[in-house]
Design a protein around this ligand. Structure first.
Ligand code: ADP
Ligand code: ZN
Length: 520
């Protein structure tokens, strides 16, 4: 048998494995279950395609999007790997042809949607279980679709809970680019993976620069951003279909090769626009988030979000479509607090309360990201439970020359107010105490505190910024729950004792940064 490395060179034309590919491939070849988390563009497909080539029997690939199966199958066939898909777009003759090929063990990979595998009384499952050469591997792409906690739940994925019952001893590999802890746990449980090995690759996309601009005159800011990018490919995401159409028109009027893409367009037009974009005939795809999953275009130089995404997972996946070729690329997002309020309205309409709570908290994380005084990459990586240095050097926060000043005294005042209030009050109350508010709301005993009024020289708005920054720097934290209160962290003590100097951003700079257009 060929070694994995030989197969990598022979079938895929690559000389080295990326990320955890080699370990994952070996695990599958030894018959073990795997869950692999890799960023978009990280090279997930190879993790099951390579074992598929080396193993004797068939690899079943479960994928959510019928529309993308053809592309994947075509490119495998071009690489000399016999692959096929079965879906509703095929006529009976085509389907029988594939069934015959499966029976004679002439196909290495079979792509299916979950509902196809388990539909019509498990007909296909029964057939696949009876193949003369048994199924050798089952790959589940976009595995987060099985979880309510993910951002792209698909009910038909729940059918996959039955997989292990039908194929008890066959290695299953679940792949996703986006799963927080809760979703990861859900994937493992719902799929009943046996003693799974979990591989999490670094999510850092070092060649992408992250920027967030205030959403004011966003169209003219966009034109400035695009000025020297006429020949480059990019994706611009908008929240609504209507704004997609309008923006595509407006960009065309400015001489850009832009086309729209959203679920409201007819199938033929969508396919035409997508193909033109892949061929570089169209440079800019203006789209809703309906566009992009499974699109493998390596030279996308920028991804812009005109509106606030609903969660970090989605945002990271969308920005991850830039720079798959490793060349330097940018992600730009236009933020307005109004967007967050609007999205909150959508989220709260119906659905089960627990799910609503999770979605609202994801939305809060997204807003927090937009208002960061600290490195955006660090925030993103920490969000995915990955350590990162304090400064990345390639996000707007790290790049802009933010003026910092010695804010130790301010920090000490804030921290000691939180201490004296026993960590039981929200930021509004803490600020009132710091500023010596005469409000009735402030309890008499708090008016007698030593810290009462020590921060009266600083405006309410500035205190809000400082507190937010102290939270971002982890000198303070918000409690969980409906009414978050400010509390000390294990880093607070050093500040209170004067052992730790705290640099804060001069508030003036933040104001400038909020109104100024960034130099691109
Ligand atoms: P994902 O599914 O994780 O988003 P893909 O599987 O589509 O990513 O892979 C992204 C790109 O990286 C593809 O063009 C693929 O051919 C390429 N790729 C995958 N593995 C390697 C490797 N070991 N060396 C070089 N390129 C690779
Ligand atoms: Zn940074």
């Amino acid at each position: 048998m060929m070694t994995p490395l030989q197969a990598l060179q022979k079938y895929f034309g690559y000389n080295t494995f990326r990320h955890e590919q080699e370990a994952i491939v070996n695990r599958v070849l030894s018959g073990g279950d795997v869950m692999a988390l890799m960023p978009t563009g990280g090279g997930k497909s190879l993790c099951y395609q390579l074992p598929a080539v080396l193993l004797d029997g068939l690899t079943i690939v479960i994928s959510p999007l019928i529309a993308l199966m053809k592309d994947q199958v075509d490119s495998l066939n071009v690489a000399g790997i016999p692959a096929a898909f079965l879906n509703s777009s095929q006529n009976p003759a085509e389907q029988s042809h594939i069934i015959a090929q499966l029976n004679s063990n002439h196909i290495k990979l079979l792509y299916l949607a979950p509902e196809r595998l388990f539909g019509t009384g498990n007909k296909l499952v029964v057939f696949l279980r009876a193949l003369p050469v048994p199924v050798a591997q089952i790959a589940i792409d976009e595995a987060h679709c099985i979880s309510h906690w993910g951002h792209d739940f698909r009910p038909e994925y729940l059918m996959l809970a039955e997989l292990k019952r039908h194929f008890p001893n066959i290695p299953v590999i679940a792949l996703t680019a986006t799963a927080d802890k809760l979703t990861q746990k859900d994937i493992l449980e719902k799929l009943n993976l046996k003693d799974p090995a979990v591989y999490i690759s670094s999510f850092n996309r070092a060649n992408i620069t992250y920027r967030v601009n205030a959403k004011q005159n966003s169209f003219s800011q966009l034109l400035t951003f695009l000025e020297n990018k006429k020949d480059e490919s990019g994706i611009i995401y908008c929240l609504s279909r209507k704004s997609v159409d309008t923006l595509a028109q407006d960009l065309k009027a400015q001489g850009y090769l832009a086309e729209p893409y959203h679920a409201g367009l007819d199938g033929a037009l969508k396919a035409r626009n997508q193909e033109a974009f892949l061929r570089d005939d169209v440079k800019i795809m203006v789209a809703t988030i309906a566009f992009g999953m499974g699109i493998n275009k390596s030279n996308v130089r920028y991804v812009v979000h005109m509106d606030l995404p609903k969660n970090i997972e989605g945002y990271y996946q969308e920005t991850g479509r830039a720079g798959r070729d490793g060349l330097s690329s940018s992600a730009l997002l236009f933020y307005s607090p109004g967007d967050a309020i609007k999205l909150k309205g959508f989220v709260s309409i119906d659905g089960d309360p627990e799910q609503t709570r999770v979605m609202l908290s994801k939305l809060d994380d997204m807003s927090r990201y937009c208002q960061l005084p600290t490195c955006r990459r660090k925030f993103l990586l920490n969000y995915f439970d990955e350590q990162a240095p304090d400064h990345c050097g390639s996000c707007d926060v790290c790049l802009s020359e933010i003026t910092k000043f010695d804010g130790t005294l301010i920090a000490q005042k804030a921290l000691s107010a939180v201490t004296r209030l026993n960590g039981r009050f929200g930021s509004g109350y803490v600020i009132d105490v710091l500023r010596g508010s005469k409000s009735e709301k402030i309890r008499q005993e708090h008016k007698e505190l030593k810290t009462f009024g020590v921060g009266s020289d600083i405006s309410k708005a500035d205190w809000q910024r400082y507190l937010r920054e102290l939270v971002a720097l982890n000198y303070l934290k918000f409690s969980d729950g409906e009414y978050p209160v400010l509390q000390l962290t294990d880093k607070s003590n050093a500040v209170l004792k004067g052992l730790q100097k705290v640099d804060l951003i001069a508030t003036q700079t933040i104001e400038e940064r909020e109104t100024e257009e960034l130099p691109f």
